[in-house]
Design a protein around this ligand. Sequence first.
Ligand code: CDP
Length: 217
Amino acid sequence: MTSFVIAIDGPAAAGKGTLARRLARHYGLAFLDTGKLYRAVGLKLLLNNLLASDTLAAERAARSLRPEDLDMPGLRDEAVAEAASVVAAQPAVRAALLDFQKEFARKPPGGAKGAVLDGRDIGTVICPDAQAKLFVHASVEVRAQRRARELQDSGREAIYARVLQDMKDRDERDRSRGIAALKPAPDAFDLDTSDLDADEVFKRALTFIDQRNRAEA
Ligand code: CDP
């Protein structure tokens, strides 16, 4: 039996994670936030006082990643997001993380009948055959506001202007890199969440996925 896969891609703080979690719960699917893999590699380097641009150290960190590393405290820090996007541009790091992601989609843990994966290259590289692909985005100002609020709510310091600039830099790095650049798959459903709340985003995604399911049945 083939696994039912929903691929969600898009830039930072566009609402991918919230949507992915809700879809996974709704359809009874496993969920993988693939950004955590790159964040964990970035964090390991920072903890060892190594630069994210140190390609050999980054590859080593990616190859030695263990499932419990995805629960490390500090993973959501902005400095870690920055390091994540630097290591994510390195082909050896992406190669080291490829099989785990593909395997998660093909054979989801816990006997789930499928999986939701969110990231930057799920619909284009990791799961090009996913049954449903969504590209979730929003204006950079809206995303920076959401991220600043998220950081403040979790007790971290966040200055809007700084968060906005960091997000612009990271968007640029994610979109312009030579490997697995952030872009919508040609058959992805385009979901601009700038003026939508989480319930409306979820509703629109469900409508799209259910249509896809009916078309495939
Ligand atoms: O949570 P947020 O949207 O801020 O970022 P994330 O999804 O945790 O990803 C952090 C960084 O990892 C991104 O800026 C990307 O550079 C990289 N990433 C990637 O290259 N490919 C993925 N599938 C997921 C994340």
